[in-house]
Structures are given as C-alpha cells and as structure tokens.
Design a protein around this ligand. Structure first.
Ligand code: GCB
Length: 616
C-alpha cells in the first residue's frame, strides 16, 4: 500500500487508541458541580452476538446504519423493517449491576445496550455539557443522538465525554451506551478472579453543566517533606497544591478556606498551576477527629466547593506514622457488594451499611479490595475517620509482558488517584494483589509504583504480596518489597495449609526493614453451621482460626503494624461451588450474606478493642 494509506492508517489508529486511552482531563468532584442526574430506569437490549455493533460480515456498522443499535429506529411506513427498538423494551436500574436485576442476567457476560431519553431545561450558549459515568463494567461505548462520544475500558473508574453542542438537543436526547463485561486475558482484571464479574452501568451517571472555563482537577495536601511534629508545635503547616483547568484561556482562580480565614489568588500558566502556602492553626484529620475543611475554588463567577482533610501519612523504619504518631491498623477487607441483595454497592446508604459493620468491629481501617470502590465509599470514609487502602484490579495472572496491558493498568491507577487524591482517608494506594513473582511482573509492578509516586508522593504505595511458607520460618522476600513503602502480605495458615493450630509454631521474617501489614487472613464458615472446631465450614472452625491467628499476631516481631482480614461479609464468587457450604459464595465473611454475624466476628472485635485501647 502507498504512503497515503499508510498515513491515514496511522491516523485511524491514533484516533482509535486516543479514544480508549485518553482521559487527560478527567473531571473530579462531580457531586458538587451543577448536574442533571441520569440515574433511573434505562431501556435495554441484550446482544450476546453484538449484532447492534457488527453487521453480518462482522464489520463494525457504519455510523448511520439504521440497524446500528446506537441509532433510533424510525419507522415512517408500516412496510419498513427494523430489528431493534428500545420503546417497549424492558428496563434496568442505573446505577446497578444487571446480574442482580433479573435472573436472565445472573451468569451473563457480554454486551447489553442501555438507552434512555433526556430533556434539558435549556441549552445555554455559555455552558459546556459533559456526560459523566462513575463506572461501567467493563467496556463502554457512548452515543448521543446517533453520534459516538467515545469509549472507555476499566470497570471501576470514572470517565467523561464532552458533548459537542451541535449534537445536543433541548428535548428528546437519545442516549445509548453499549456495555460489555466479557473477560479477556489482556485486560485488567484478566479472566480469573475470585469475585463476581458484575456487568452494567454500575455507578451514577450525570450530565454535567459547566461554565466555559472550569477547574477540572485539583489536589491539596500537606507537604510530604515537612517535619510534621515541628509543624504541629509551631502550628504552621505547608500545603502543596495543584490545579488544572479545562482550557488554557482561563484566568485567575481564588482559593478559600473560610474557617481558617485563608484566601489565595492563583494564576495558572497555560492550563495548570502548582503552588504551595502556609496554613496556621490547622486541625489535622485523624480517625479520632476526622476534621474536614470546606474549600472553595472560584474561577470567574463560578464556585466549586469541596471538603478536604489534612493529615500526614509516612513510615519511619518499620512503623507507620499518622500525623507523626505511630498507628496500628485495625483493618478489614471489603468487596464492593451488598451481600443480602447479591449486588454491587453503589450509594451513600450502601457505604453507610458497610462502614457501619466495620465500625461495629472496632476497625479504624478498610482495605477496599480489589479495585477502586465507588466515591461514596471514600467520601464516607473521610467523614467517619476510616483509613482506606485503595487498589487497582491488577490481580493474579495479568499479562505482564504486554506493554499495552501496562498502559491499561497505569490508566486505571491514574483515574483512581485523580478521583481520590483529596480524600484524607486514603493512606495507601495498592498496585495489585498476589501477582506471581517473575522478572517481568516485578518490572511491571515497579513501574506502577513509580507512576503512583509521581502523581501522588504523599501516600504509601503497596501491593498485597505472598508468603514463602516454610517449615521453620515463613519468609516474605518478594523482590517487589524493595519498591513498596510497606510489606503487605496475604496469609492463610490454617485454611489453605494445615489447621489453625499451625499458627502456634509459625515464625515470621521479612527481607525488608519496613512496616509489616497482613492485608488478608481468613477462613470460610457457613453461618448457622455449628460443629466441633475441627469441622471445616463450621462457625467454630472460623472462630478457632481467628483465635489462633490473633495469638500469632500478638507474637509477631515489632514491625507488625496491623491487618485487614479477609473479609467483612460473604461475597459472590464463581469459584466457590460447594453445593452445601458455598453455593456460589466465598464464605470467609465475618458476616453472612444475610447479614448475620458469625462467631469469629466477635473474636476480631475483641482484639480490636484491645488494640484500640493499647494505642490510645
Ligand atoms: C486471596 C485473594 C482473595 C480471595 C481469597 C480467598 O488471597 O486475594 O481475592 O478471595 O484469597 O478467599 O481465597
């Protein structure tokens, strides 16, 4: 082929990848911006053969093809043939996974087309309109009035598209989203996970109504290099900030923290600015006092408000320090799931249920496994004073040698950090879980850690590692530990190996002088099944496991800084098929799928009470 086809091929490739990979200017804090909620009932068509996307030669349909499911079928004469229509089609609730909404979807993995209409009170000349999705699992293609706005991959992070004015109408806008949750070896997560692959538009959808110039992103954090004890005693704190505008034509931004009587003018160059300033008499955010300050960012005459806490998280030798003080993490791992309804959590009320349970356990920390949870979770954590570990779904056997896969992981990491870097509750970014040790894997993970550090050096970087179990000493020497700030490890002594009393003689050693954290430990039990403690699946077995594990923790070397056992509640997993004890549920919950607390719950609760008093 000739030079020109080559050029145009490159151009097409560029457009395609730009679509998938670019989200340069992700808009944050959407809840506090003017918007119209597009939550509610959407019509849907199930399309396992992707007939609405490909024609019968498996060619992507032409934009104007009346059979393309992004187009509204118009019938002007009864003789006309149309093989799709949304009118009279059944509906699904948005936000929500499809699996829990109709039994036809229980095991469905594939394409579903979502459609809804919306009207606007007006289309204003000086406004910009964006469509914002909290998350869609896994791949989304978004069309408005027959035109493609863009696509996004990654099931747990937000994205948005600007709506070109010429496409938008005041009435009867026809919005279609093609959602595909098929698993692929070269995606993140990959084909094998120990959780349910809930599909759908799983989080809020908003139509953002924004001024001509607006602030898309910002971050405000205590300077990571200042000595926090000195700052506390002198009552002078250095804050580092960053903000980014939607375009480079914008002018002066004023930043205000009314309660502290603080005001500052900022002058972005091009479209962004880094700055730093001092705050006096700041009350630091902590679990005991989760102080949040109202922050106002004003550009032209629009004001964006947020609530932000300031705190410092760091390590010193093998301790974790919060605001200069050694802390112990009384954690619990959580999946983003409401067990009693077998569905994804997606609202403030859902977050309150999950954190309510964690608080009853006397926890001060949650590991939000194994992917970024919805923003209600981190907002609620901020206001309750719960510390958070937030993770990307780089889980088990990712295709580590593939450059494209690394790009996808980085993109999810960035989207997670951009959305939540102003949440004081988040103290740890995790780049993955139980990834098998190899040179390519370690290089891959190291690069993610570096990317995380570059974007946000103010938090700890981690990954949940595995143990080399040994007759004599259990050793944690994963080469990745060289790059993480803490050594986080998942251990299942007494469940995947031996019986719980194996913990009695277990010795622990790490190759690194860093804080040691047990990011998982746990055993399965079917709530209500009572037997001798040596009987698997009984509540007594799980209770025994927790008793032995906690005794072992009490004998840990000094570098032990806490744990987040596996897991708060039973959760759906296609890998758990025992017909009596599991029935499609991973039973390691301290709370059952019906919300009953198992015996082990009270063992951990008591330990955490003790540790709370000890660290008071
Ligand atoms: C693990 C995984 C977690 C599983 C858990 C289990 O190590 O990190 O995702 O669900 O074990 O129950 O086996």
């Amino acid at each position: 082929y000739n030079y020109f086809t080559r050029i145009s091929l490159f151009y097409i490739l560029f457009l395609l990848t730009a679509n998938v990979f670019s989200q340069k200017n992700l808009i944050i804090n959407t809840e506090n911006r003017e918007h119209i909620s597009l939550n509610g009932q959407w019509h849907y068509l199930i399309d396992p053969y992707e007939n609405g996307f490909y024609d019968y030669r498996w060619q992507e349909r032409n934009e104007n093809d009346p059979e393309a499911y992004w187009n509204k079928p118009v019938i002007t004469d009864p003789s006309q043939r149309r093989e799709h229509q949304y009118k009279n089609a059944p509906t699904l609730k948005v936000p929500g996974d499809w699996n829990s909404q109709d039994s036809i979807f229980t095991y469905y993995e594939g394409t579903v087309w979502y459609q809804r209409n919306f009207d606007l009170p007006e289309i204003s000349e000086d406004k910009h309109y964006y469509l914002y999705f909290g998350a869609v699992n896994y791949e989304a293609h978004v069309y408005l009035n027959g035109k493609k706005l863009g696509s996004h991959k990654g099931g747990f992070t937000p994205f948005d598209f600007e709506i070109p004015k010429e496409i938008l109408k005041k009435n009867d806008n026809f919005l279609v989203v093609k959602v595909d949750n098929k698993r692929h070896p070269e995606e993140i997560p990959t084909v094998n996970t120990d959780w349910w692959n809930y599909g759908g538009i799983t989080r809020d959808v908003k139509l953002l109504v924004l001024p001509e110039n607006f602030i898309s992103q910002y971050s405000l954090q205590l300077d990571k290099d200042q000595d926090i004890l000195k700052a506390i005693s002198s009552k002078k704190f250095t804050v580092n900030g960053y903000l980014k505008l939607n375009n480079s034509a914008a002018g002066e931004v004023s930043l205000e923290i009314p309660e502290l009587n603080f005001r500052k003018k900022l002058h972005p160059e091009a479209d962004s600015v880094h700055f730093s300033f001092q705050l006096k008499n700041l009350k630091l955010w902590s679990p005991e006092n989760p102080k949040l300050y109202k922050v106002k960012l004003k550009l032209d005459d629009s004001v964006l408000e947020d609530k932000i806490g300031f705190r410092k998280i760091e390590t010193s030798g093998d301790d974790i320090l919060l605001n200069g003080k050694k802390i112990f993490l009384r954690g619990i791992s959580i999946h983003e799931e409401i067990p009693q309804e077998s569905r994804r959590a997606n609202s403030k009320a859902d977050a309150e249920q999950l954190f309510g349970w964690a608080q009853q356990l006397n926890a001060n920390m949650v590991r939000l496994a194994h992917y970024p949870h919805n923003e209600y979770m981190t907002r609620t954590a901020d206001s309750l004073g719960m510390l958070v570990w937030s993770e990307i779904p780089v889980y088990w056997t990712i295709d580590f040698k593939n450059e494209e896969v690394l790009k996808k992981a980085k993109k999810q990491l960035k989207e997670m950090i951009i959305r939540d870097r102003n949440k004081a509750s988040v103290i740890i970014w995790s780049v993955g879980n139980e990834t098998p040790v190899s040179p390519s894997r370690t290089a891959f993970m190291k690069e993610l850690i570096e990317t995380g550090k570059e974007m946000d050096g103010s938090r700890l970087m981690a990954a949940a590692l595995e143990v080399n179990y040994n007759e004599g000493v259990n050793y944690i020497d994963d080469p990745l530990g060289k790059y993480t700030d803490i050594i986080a490890v998942n251990e299942y002594l007494g469940w995947y190996g031996g019986l719980p009393d194996a913990a009695q003689s277990a010795k622990w050693k790490t190759a690194y002088d860093k804080p040691l954290f047990f990011s998982e430990t746990g055993a399965g039990a079917k709530a209500g099944f009572h037997a001798d403690k040596r009987t698997r699946w009984s509540e007594e077995y799980q209770q025994w496991y927790f008793e032995e594990t906690i005794d072992m923790m009490k004998r840990m070397p000094d570098n032990y800084t806490g744990m987040s056992p596996w897991i708060l509640a039973d959760f759906r997993s296609p890998r758990r098929n025992h017909p009596v004890y599991q029935e499609g549920w991973n039973r390691k919950g301290l709370i059952s799928n019906e919300g009953e607390k198992k015996l082990a719950f009270y063992i951990l609760q008591e330990y955490y009470k003790e540790m709370e008093e000890k660290y008071d």
